[in-house]
Ligand binder design. Structure first.
Ligand SMILES: [Zn+2]
Length: 352
């Protein structure tokens, strides 16, 4: 893998990741007349909930559903100047121009472009490209965890307008939080209590309990995907490396090599949940793929956390979405319309 770093016109960093030596992507400068980046986001602590909230008012002006010929994530071709100055790329990562984090309180938001092809989706990538994306996630995780203002690196993909995606180009994001995000904080507290009670690791036991059960969706030698026992979403898959690792940087070569086929297959299963009627364009299920990684710890310190992806869709039936209404939004109390066992069966059966 070759990494090339450039600086955009407003001072943001951009990284190209190439599978081979790469071409000389660094020779293309950002020709846009951009004002210097204004990092105004702040974080506030909600004392009643014990949770941090990112306040980022400047995001109101961000690019909203541009037509395909004005996509800021396509490569720069001729005088159509985009966020990515090179005329082609494999994987590109850059600092978000409208970040939710990164003011004086620290943190950073990045955008990860999986391909220069506007109409592709992650599920349509080659295994080689998925492996390169994993390299990019790993490199960014190591780099961001090394920053003094970062506590947790959260890699995710929002896909589909139903999720609120404002750019159609296949891309994901990285939030490098200056704090431990509420869900991770709770999981670590739970795992610590479990260790106290049982002397064992919570996530290792969850994977072991699920591995022979009816909620397994798919597995290979190094990874396993299942629907969780208490799923919140209509269709939800949790993907774990079978040997627990703290984060992307701790994956070994065998785990890395076994990742692309199972991740691509899982995403295709989500697309296969609601097949398009004959003659209609292929269906794209809206989903969120959320990567949980252990927060930063002291050198040499161990963690109870486990790297894994939680992938879920808000679509519960063709044309029907699950909305987070009174119980979920008001109380954080989820109710699911499907059983996890039915959902696992549907995902197992969904075309690849
Ligand atoms: Zn595009």
């Amino acid at each position: 893998m070759k990494k090339t770093v450039i600086t955009l016109a407003d001072g943001r960093e951009l990284f190209y990741y190439d599978s081979g030596d790469g071409e000389a992507r660094g020779q293309y400068a950002d020709r846009r007349p951009l004002e210097p980046m204004h990092r105004a986001a702040e974080t506030r602590h909600d004392e009643a909930q014990g949770e941090w909230i990112a306040i980022a008012a400047q995001r109101q002006n961000r690019t909203y559903k541009p037509p395909a010929d004005q996509c800021p994530l396509c490569p720069t071709v001729g005088d159509r100047l985009t966020e990515i100055p090179a005329p082609s790329y494999e994987v590109a990562v850059f600092e978000n121009r409208f970040p939710s984090l990164g003011g004086p309180d620290g943190g950073r938001c990045e955008v990860v472009c999986f391909t220069s092809e506007h109409d592709k989706s992650f599920a349509g990538l080659s295994e080689a490209r998925a492996a390169l994306v994993l390299e990019a996630w790993t490199d960014r995780t190591a780099d961001l965890l090394g920053r003094p203002d970062v506590r947790q690196v959260y890699v995710f993909e929002n896909r589909g307008e139903e999720i609120g995606v404002t750019l159609a180009h296949p891309h994901g994001q990285i939030y490098a939080f200056p704090y431990v995000a509420p869900k991770m904080d709770r999981a670590i507290t739970q795992a610590a209590a479990y260790r106290e009670r049982t002397g064992r690791n919570l996530f290792e036991d969850i994977v072991e309990r699920e591995s022979a059960g009816e909620r397994v969706i798919e597995e290979n030698e190094h990874w396993i995907a299942f629907t969780p026992y208490a799923a919140r979403w209509p269709y939800e898959a949790h993907l774990y490396p079978k040997r627990r690792t703290s984060d992307f940087t701790a994956l070994d070569d065998a785990q890395r090599a076994a990742f692309p086929p199972i991740y691509l297959s899982l995403l295709r299963r989500f697309d296969g949940l609601f097949p398009a009627p004959e003659g209609r364009p292929a269906n794209r299920t809206p989903y969120i793929s959320a990567w949980h990684q252990a927060p930063k710890r002291a050198p040499g310190a161990t963690t109870e956390a486990a790297l894994h992806a939680e992938i879920f869709t808000v679509r519960r039936a063709p044309g029907k979405l699950k909305y987070l209404a009174g119980a979920e939004s008001g109380m954080g109390a989820f109710a699911s319309d499907t059983t996890p066992e039915q959902a696992a069966l549907a995902l197992r059966s969904a075309g690849r």
